[in-house]
Design a protein around this ligand. Structure first.
Ligand code: NAD
Length: 400
């Protein structure tokens, strides 16, 4: 079995390495959070039944798959796009997360399966249909893909962008490589940029998934589906909510209404968008100003005792909004709001008060950049307490 010393190699918001044992510890900790907060429902009566999680290997999707499987006893099928280890070449963090999730599920007599491939493709949709014919119809579908590009069913490749709409952006940015607060400026999106971003991160693919599952007869009566969205504060609005990605999220939210009507009519099912809080993930690290915003947010939410990672958010969502028999509480647009603690007006006012004064010289004191950085490193299995990074670790970890 190939054992290797795996050293961190970060390039800005990218990690070129992943530590298998660090990722395994992260997953075990998430399962502990589930056990401590909602206990553990055995497969069978009272469980969610069968869950499908699209984007299951990291971030919000991984948390959703873990809560489905270990918290609510669901047979859990995940879809992700990860690199498997090859010989002595290590795989990606998402792969190692799932290797540990599979191992824990198996040891506990639970079903956790993964299809590793392009979720936007017709082939992977068909593989999922086949798997569900074997496992049984699906009760809960979570849509948690975050991708820079999508090849649609016709073979057209669309690239998503993070650009302002209508006017150039200028405001605070953060250079993760140089660890400097910068003045960022960005030209506004073209109509093509907007259309492409909606194609990748809007609701079209979610809709394709639900239609495919419905037509194939693999959605259980009363099946529910939830896709994740973000709104965020005024500070990031020009680049996020009013920018290309926010446009795509509006499309996702409109898609929820259309899917809800279809599912209610066809199988007494339902569709929602859940607006989640900002958290440290691979996807959010790439958004200008967001790492700096998260550093301030983490400091203040920790001080208030309201800090949450994806696993805490998803536990809260399942327990309060989507557990069997529970009807979600939504805002006036029909959205589940898990960002309520982040958007709390007093907290946002405090963040706004800190924001303008942030400089390269003071951001380490005024924001908790150390916490941001450790959380970011942990996404890839680094900076995990208790791991000896000088020791070789097994890189060939299969999805059993
Ligand atoms: P992430 O980068 O941690 O996870 C993305 C997942 O998508 C991974 O499992 C990856 O393997 C999978 N994926 C990407 N391309 C794929 C493809 N072509 N085929 C199959 N799988 C693919 O992202 P995240 O931050 O957890 O984001 C998930 C969702 O949550 C997104 O819709 C995002 O907008 C939303 N959200 C994120 C935040 C945040 O702060 N990170 C906040 C609110 C909402």
């Amino acid at each position: 079995m190939p054992q290797q010393v795996i050293e961190p190699r970060f390039r800005g918001f990218l990690s070129l390495a992943a530590h298998p044992e660090g990722c395994a510890v992260n997953v075990r900790e998430q399962v502990e959070v589930i056990r401590d907060s909602i206990g553990v429902v055995a497969p069978g009566a009272g469980s969610i039944g069968t869950a499908l999680v699209l984007g299951s290997s990291t971030g919000y999707g991984l948390a959703s798959a873990l809560v489905s499987c270990f918290g609510y006893g669901a047979q859990t099928l995940g879809v992700c796009f990860e690199k498997a280890p090859e010989g002595d070449k290590a795989g990606t963090a998402g792969w190692y997360n799932l290797a540990e999730a599979h191992r824990l599920a198996r040891a506990d007599g639970r079903v956790f399966e993964t299809i590793n491939g392009d979720a936007f493709s017709t082939e992977v949709k068909q593989q999922v249909v086949e798997a569900l014919r074997r496992l049984g119809p699906v009760d809960l579908v979570i849509y948690s893909l975050a991708s820079p590009r999508r090849k649609d069913a016709a073979g057209t490749v669309w690239n998503s962008t993070l650009k302002p709409i209508g006017a150039p952006y200028s405001g605070k940015g953060f250079d993760l490589r140089g660890e400097e607060v910068t003045e960022a400026s960005m030209d506004p999106a073209t109509p093509d940029d907007i259309e492409s971003t909606v194609k990748v991160m809007g609701g079209e693919d979610w809709s394709d998934w639900i239609t495919t599952l419905l037509d194939a007869g693999v959605l259980a009566p009363g099946a529910r589906t939830i896709a994740y969205s973000y709104i965020g504060p005024d500070l990031t609005a020009a680049i996020y909510r009013h920018g290309t990605i926010g446009h795509a999220k509006e499309h996702l939210e409109e898609t929820a209404h259309a899917l809800d009507a279809t599912l209610r009519g066809a199988i007494d099912g339902a569709a929602w968008v859940s607006v989640n809080k900002a958290v440290v993930t691979q996807a959010s690290a790439a958004i200008p100003a967001v790492p700096l915003y998260l550093s301030v947010l983490m400091k203040l939410m920790k001080e208030r005792g309201t800090h949450e990672d994806p696993i805490h958010q998803v536990v809260r969502m399942y327990r309060d909004q989507t557990a069997p028999g529970v009807t979600p509480t939504t805002d006036e647009h029909g959205r589940i709001r898990l960002d309520d603690w982040e958007m709390e007006p007093a907290l946002q006012a405090e963040i706004a008060g800190i924001w303008d004064g942030l400089t390269t010289d003071n951001f380490r004191e005024r924001a908790d950049y150390a916490a941001y950085q450790q959380t970011f490193h942990r996404l890839f299995g680094f900076d995990v307490p208790g791991i000896d990074y000088a020791a070789p670790t097994e890189v060939d970890r299969p999805l059993v």
